[in-house]
Design a binder for this molecule. Sequence first.
Ligand SMILES: [Zn+2]
Length: 108
Amino acid sequence: MALSKLHVKKDDEVMVIAGNDKGKRGKVLKAFPKEERVVVEGINIRHKHQQPSQDMPQGGIVEKEAPIYSSNVMLICKYCDQPTKTGTEVLDSGEKVRVCKECGEIID
Ligand SMILES: [Zn+2]
């Protein structure tokens, strides 16, 4: 079986299309292809209580993004600035690249 691959990857800008953060945009901070999840900047924030530590003697609440399903985000094309589906194109070099289905530009 082929290695599962997400339609988005680190540093992509994406739009959330489902869940509490629907309609928000953010940058992919981390991608977990095996789990089919991504962590998106500013999306799905969880408040975590931090035990007191040397850096934070009083302890406190830390805001941290929790992973969301990759199927809940759409890639935003950097050329046409639209949330878009992507197609795959194979270059002469054999390299596979993602192509915006809205404007046809190569995204990778
Ligand atoms: Zn486009």
